[in-house]
Design a protein around this ligand. Structure first.
Ligand code: HAM
Length: 427
């Protein structure tokens, strides 16, 4: 077997892994301030969870899911997103009985068989949040404020835009879809192949097609979804925008934001950037008041979003935002010369690690020169050096790797050292 990973999948190493975890922990800390708690949902669900949840005509369900049959004959899919799984858990555990409002966040890998490109992978990480039990526009406003605060604390608010729209309720949307189809059908041939198919199934998606000719055609449409919204949906959007204004959260109303998932009602939004090419959304979400019922639960309004962690990392890199770079943890190298010192070095390294310090040491007998080279390469601030001579005198040499200064100290002094700061005090 050839050791190759699947196309569109990534292996992550330090420091990317650390950056990813930092973004996760910062974001989760912000979510905690808004009263959200963590839910861990399975990566695998019965395929029906997604086909019912996301809608049969969505791109995800039609062509992007990793679906297979288990040995027990169940048809299962790798999660392409988190909302449907969280809703399934909400219903299965009757969470509506425990509290009128439920606020949950989740994180982890999602899987979509899309065409890989920069910012688009077949396996990627999301951090998402879902709020169940409130129909109030203030709930939409709060969830957007939470996302905006996370983006701000990551240092990215100057590089992104919050785009907002309402796609109304299904009946309003159906009327709009019909008007769209009627308008676009006479010139159907000018649409890209994908959108020609969408015209029959999901004409809304034509609005966010990036193809030049489709954009040209849709820019000529003389009406927008706003013309089809009911009074209730319009009022919902107005209340949301005025609340965002009160919170000084900048937004732009964009009637082209339609989202690719079927479950949305009224509010939809995306956090976009002009720095990532066509994969410009770093987070997206909206209200989905009918989904819990559609999946077999009680009538429960809900609103949520998910952030694409790899896109956040890309944006941090492209904008040179350093705030989330992992701090360089101090390192000590324990260098040994001779067989006896080798064992002693392993013991010292273990003792220092027990005190919380980051320590490197060589397993094998290697030359002083090679061990020093490694200490320099790994960025150690200090090295502890022990040879046979030092062992006999019961001392160790401490070397400041930056200045090259060296000094001997009694071995028993190591027991008093509490952290890297104590090495700095010595040398
Ligand atoms: P989504 O727009 O499909 O929404 O995905 C949310 C975010 O995940 C996107 O804005 C993007 O940053 C990231 N993302 C999506 N696909 C990929 C990919 N192939 N590669 C890298 N990043 C990607 C949802 O998933 C909804 N569940 C959001 C939601 C939660 N709505 C309500 N609650």
């Amino acid at each position: 077997m050839k050791a190759t990973r699947l196309h569109g999948f990534k292996d992550l190493f330090h420091p990317e892994t650390e950056k990813l975890r930092l973004v996760e922990s910062k974001t989760k800390e912000v979510f905690g301030r808004f009263g959200f708690s963590e839910i861990i949902i399975p990566i695998l669900e019965l395929s029906g969870v997604y086909s019912t949840g996301l809608g049969d005509t969505t791109d995800i369900v039609q062509k992007e899911m990793y679906t297979f049959e288990t040995k027990g004959g169940e048809r299962v899919s790798m999660r392409p997103e988190g909302t449907a799984g969280v809703v399934r858990a909400f219903i299965e555990h009757s969470l509506h009985r425990k509290s009128p409002v439920t606020k949950l966040y989740y994180s982890g890998e999602m899987f979509r068989h899309e065409k890989p490109q920069e910012g688009r992978q077949r396996s990627f990480n999301q951090i998402g949040a879902e709020l169940f039990g409130s129909r109030d526009p203030l709930a939409d406003s709060e969830i957007i404020a939470m996302l905006w605060l996370a983006i701000t604390e990551l240092g990215l608010s100057d590089h992104v835009e919050l785009e907002l729209n309402s796609i109304g309720k299904p009946a309003e949307r159906e009327r709009y879809k019909k008007a769209l189809t009627d308008f676009l059908s006479p010139n159907k041939d000018s649409l890209c192949e994908n959108c020609q198919n969408r015209l029959g199934m999901n004409p809304l998606r034509i609005l966010d097609c990036k193809t030049g000719t489709c954009r040209e055609m849709t820019s000529e449409i003389p009406f927008s979804i706003r013309d089809y919204l009911s009074e209730q949906s319009s009022e919902h959007l107005d209340a949301l925008t005025s609340s965002l204004g009160e919170k000084s959260i900048p937004y732009r109303l964009n009637p082209r934001i339609v989202r690719g998932l079927d479950y949305y009602t009224d509010t939809v939004f995306e956090i976009t950037t002009d720095k990532l090419g066509s994969q410009n959304a770093v987070a997206a979400g909206g209200r989905y008041d009918l989904l819990v019922e559609r999946m077999g639960g009680p009538e429960t309004p809900a609103v949520g979003f998910a952030m694409g962690v790899e896109r956040i990392l890309l944006l941090l890199e492209k904008t040179g935002t350093r705030r989330n770079s992992p701090g360089k943890k101090q390192l000590v190298c324990v260098i040994h010369i001779g067989e006896e010192a080798r064992g002693e070095a392993a013991r010292i390294a273990n003792d220092l690690r027990k005190k919380g310090m980051r320590v490197e040491t060589e397993y094998e007998n290697k030359s002083l020169k090679s061990q020093m080279r490694k200490a320099n390469r790994t960025g150690a601030a200090h090295s502890i050096i022990i040879g046979e001579d030092e062992l006999r005198k019961k001392v160790f040499l401490l070397r400041n790797m930056r200045t090259g200064e060296e000094k001997a100290f009694p071995l028993k002094k190591l027991a008093d050292l509490r952290g890297h700061g104590d090495f700095r005090k010595l040398l």
